[in-house]
Design a protein around this ligand. Structure first.
Ligand SMILES: [Zn+2]
Length: 428
């Protein structure tokens, strides 16, 4: 249960001159290799799914596996949408389980980049989710040869970066200083002087995309100049493919399972090399003490209805499900009916939020207001509503304004409680 807030994770790295690896996952082999290696090396890690890869796998199926891996981990883990391109895709990713967003509007001009990034930051921060922005253009596509995408990289300008960070409120900044997404011929020349100026200008964790192919000395200089996160995929993809080619050569008639033998181990070796090189290996315990645990919150309401038939109450539930599920930060909407007809309360709503912060923005969202004012409030009778936080994650920081009971953290519905603002959200 070591899903944590990525912002805290990155600031620890930033302040201690090392970088956390963000590895794009394209199959379970990648996920298992990265997690097993992070556990072995006791390293914090970012499990990343990249929007440009969504054409190659069903990310709605992948994310539950990624989340399950993060929740059973003993090292600190964050789940990132990588290269998100729109407010809609960022919202969808949060509702499906990503607890950090890398928004890439770097192909737009500065004012448009600022506008879109600011919109995403506003939405994501309303859900408690940190955002990495990108300024300057890193050419290329993850996992492909750089010569296939010959567009000019545009290096990040420190004065623009300062304006961008101030106006958007991003938690970290991906910069362009000479790396290329994907595979390149020869060694990238990095502009370390520019990186130093960028770090001084923005004073927040910096991120490098296109980390594949850099040498040890280059990585060391990056982490000493403010780079706290390195996105890494192409080298892993190449190693996986090379391993399969070797298997095919040895065993031309092998089955799929035989041909992918050794792929996970090969990816794991490269991930281990990175975690040690970037200085994140061995940091898990101290990072865990510095990070907010990522604890989902649930709102539970049981109620009766007045003046409407059972059929009409089912229609209200169906419309509610549709309206509420699209609100940023809502992970799941469960609307149910008691199994026993003589139950004291006949109906139930259970809404799961990604983070306690999401409850406030939920209450202000037009979909919630519409549902509550026009559908729910006019028909609701007796009801009880309460918010709960997942207690499995209370291994670290005490939560302000909450009351702990044995084994559970309950947000109490008392007028004095600062947490009272989180209660009474469904029509009370
Ligand atoms: Zn990238």
């Amino acid at each position: 249960m070591a899903l944590v807030n990525m912002r805290d994770m990155l600031y620890h790295a930033y302040q201690n001159n090392y970088a956390v690896g963000a590895f794009d996952l394209v199959s379970l082999d990648f996920l298992e290799a990265v997690m097993e290696t992070a556990e072995k090396c006791r390293a914090p890690v970012i499990l990343s799914i990249a929007e440009p890869h969504f054409a190659h796998y069903d990310y709605e199926l992948m994310l539950p596996a990624v989340e399950a891996a993060a929740r059973r981990a003993s090292v600190p883990v964050a789940i990132q949408l990588d290269h998100g391109h729109s407010l809609e895709s960022a919202t969808r990713a949060i509702n499906l389980g990503c607890n950090s967003i890398m928004l890439d509007a770097s192909n737009r001009n500065l004012p448009e980049n600022i506008q879109l990034t600011r919109d995403v930051v506003e939405m994501a921060h309303g859900c408690g989710v940190p955002v990495i922005g990108e300024l300057g253009y890193v050419a290329g596509v993850e996992g492909q040869g750089a010569e296939q995408h010959p567009g000019e990289s545009a290096f990040t300008v420190p004065a623009e970066a300062k304006v961008y960070v101030e106006r958007t409120g991003v938690d970290g900044l991906a910069v362009s200083i000479g790396t290329v997404q994907g595979r390149m011929k020869g060694r990238a020349k990095l502009d370390f002087q520019r990186l130093k100026q960028l770090n001084q200008a923005v004073n927040i964790p910096l991120v490098i995309h296109g980390g594949s192919g850099l040498n040890e000395d280059q990585f060391r200089r990056l982490t000493s100049l403010g780079v706290a996160k390195i996105n890494y995929f192409t080298a892993l993809s190449d190693i996986a493919a090379k391993t399969m080619r070797a298997q095919i050569k040895q065993n031309p008639n092998g089955s799929f399972i035989e041909l992918k033998a050794g792929v996970k181990e090969a990816i794991g070796h490269e991930v281990e090399r990175c975690l040690r090189l970037w200085g994140s290996a061995g940091r898990a315990a101290e990072v865990l003490t510095q990070c907010e645990p990522w604890a989902p919150v649930e709102q539970l309401a049981v109620y009766n209805v007045e003046r409407i038939s059972d059929q009409q109450s089912h229609a209200v539930m169906e419309q509610g499900r549709q309206l509420l599920a699209t609100i940023p930060g809502v992970r799941e909407v469960f609307a149910g009916e008691a199994l026993k007809e003589d139950s004291k309360f006949r109906f139930c709503w259970r809404v799961r939020f990604c983070h306690r912060a999401a409850i406030d923005s939920y209450r202000e969202h037009p979909h919630f207001i519409e549902f509550n004012n026009t559908l729910f409030r006019p028909v609701v009778g007796d009801q009880i509503s309460i918010n709960y936080q997942d207690s499995r994650n209370t291994f670290l920081l005490p939560l302000a304004g909450s009351a702990k009971t044995a084994g559970a953290t309950t947000v109490l519905n008392t007028p004095e409680s600062p947490a009272n603002r989180y209660t009474n959200l469904i029509g009370l």
